[in-house]
Design a protein around this ligand. Structure first.
Ligand code: PEP
Length: 253
């Protein structure tokens, strides 16, 4: 059975002290207020990760993600952070292919496939992001666009490997814009993604992969989004920076 997951993506926000305070607040609120069977993930900046891993150790529901990793295993790549380093810091998840990485750092499908392979080889769970820009949706080419992103970076994986992934659908026009996909638009795309995964790996495998929605998900729209049969949770940017908002989203199933 697939899991309900709410993952925060702090992006390049919070000093180390602020990040530690936020992680502690989230952990305290999870202990006090989150009764359900939900996986809560904190996607912190690289230098925060060891501290956040330590601060979340007492909460079995709270796990930690990096926001990126190198496409190389090790070596002379100044400034990069390898999957092995993340693993050695106690990180369990890694966000791969976020649209900001694709857009501002020109990450392409081939590089993302290498990152996914390295993450899986080290036993980390990739949170693989996909999603279309506004002009593609306006041309009504969004289903093909997103399915192509999945095919290009993921369809070399075995069935066993693909079921170890989490996939986040994040329409670029909804990220950080306050413009959320409607519940119907999210469900429609998630069903399409699951169907595409099923066409390659079979329905059983596809049904075991958690599909998250991301894009201006907030406490006031999370319930409606998460009520969809193919929406298994959310990847949350802005609203993950406030513990209260984030926990309200976590409790929206
Ligand atoms: C994101 O960047 O992953 C995201 C979903 O951001 P926001 O929630 O701020 O739109």
């Amino acid at each position: 059975m697939r899991k309900h997951i709410v993952a925060g993506n702090w992006k390049m926000n919070k000093t180390l002290a602020e990040g530690k305070a936020l992680a502690s607040e989230v952990v305290n609120m999870v202990h006090a207020e989150v009764p359900g069977d939900v996986v809560v993930i904190l996607g912190a900046p690289f230098i925060h990760l060891p501290a956040v891993v330590q601060l979340t150790a007492s909460a079995s529901k709270v796990l930690v993600a990096a926001q990126n990793c190198s496409e190389h295993a090790a070596g002379a790549y100044t400034g990069e952070v390898s999957v092995a380093m993340l693993k050695s810091a106690g990180v369990q998840y890694v966000i791969i292919g976020h649209s900001e990485r694709r857009q501002y750092f020109y990450e392409n499908s081939e590089q993302l496939a290498k990152k996914v392979d390295l993450a899986l080889a080290e036993g980390l769970t990739p949170i693989f992001c996909c999603g279309e820009p506004l002009e593609v949706r306006e041309e009504k080419a969004h289903f093909d666009y997103v399915c192509r992103q999945l095919t290009e970076s993921l369809f070399h994986l075995t069935r066993e490997q693909i079921t170890r992934l989490v996939i986040a659908y994040e329409p670029i026009w909804a990220i950080g814009t306050g413009k959320t996909a409607s519940a119907a638009q999210a469900q429609e795309m998630h069903a399409k993604i699951r169907g595409h995964l099923a066409s390659q790996y079979g329905a059983e495998a596809a049904n075991n992969i958690s599909l998250l929605y991301g894009g201006s998900c907030k406490p006031d729209n999370a319930k409606e989004l998460f009520a969809n049969p193919d929406v298994d949770g959310g990847l949350i940017g802005g609203a993950s920076l406030k513990a209260r908002d984030f926990i309200d989203i976590v409790n929206s199933f």
